[in-house]
Write a protein that binds this ligand. Structure first.
Ligand code: COA
Length: 145
């Protein structure tokens, strides 16, 4: 059985390992910036744990009526087993409880797997940000609640 937790400092290293190993190269934060995230206001991180193992996380940034997904990553061998969907569903509930109108995100146009994942969760592309990731454009995607 899995559980979703608000990560504590003892979880940060494991989360950063997943971040570095799974996020596209042009979206990787320095360890300092990643750890700094947990101190920022209007940011919410959740991690999914199964059998005492941290399997993945989602980071959310609250802005006005929207919760923006800063990042979501699942440890490689646990991908495509539904854990990402669980985190998105959790984020959706969390957003609704906070009376938000949408979840949003930016994704590298080349990250086809993530785009398929978001589309399967009901997100739609609303905008394109040119050269948002150095050489690549970003799709801005929204899920209206
Ligand atoms: C994107 C990511 C978070 C998805 O999490 P996940 O646990 O693997 O996804 P799920 O198992 O819940 O998949 C749900 C649906 O998404 C789609 N999907 C997920 N991974 C996919 C992949 N590698 N290729 C194609 N479709 C994929 C499928 O449609 C899947 O539906 P299915 O159940 O019919 O197969 C995860 O693969 C990941 O960590 N990727 C690397 C990090 C990343 O790119 N993050 C996003 C940056 S913006």
């Amino acid at each position: 059985m899995f559980k979703i937790i608000v990560p504590e400092s003892r979880h940060y290293d494991e989360m950063y390992k997943i971040h570095v190993s799974q996020m596209p190269l042009n979206d990787i934060m320095t360890k300092e910036n990643f750890f700094d995230e947990f101190k920022q206001e209007n940011r919410y991180y959740f991690a999914i744990i199964q059998d005492n193992m941290l399997i993945g996380y989602i980071g959310l940034y609250e802005y006005d009526d929207d919760l923006n997904i800063i990042g979501i990553a699942i440890e490689g061998k646990f991908q495509q087993k539904g854990y990402g969907s669980i985190l998105i569903e959790y984020a959706k509930q969390f957003a609704k409880e906070k009376n938000k109108k949408s979840l949003s995100l930016e994704v590298d146009e080349k990250n086809k797997n993530a785009i398929k994942f978001y589309i399967s969760k009901g997100f739609v592309v609303t905008n394109i940000r040119k050269k948002y990731y150095k050489d690549n454009d970003a799709f801005v995607m929204f899920l209206y609640l």
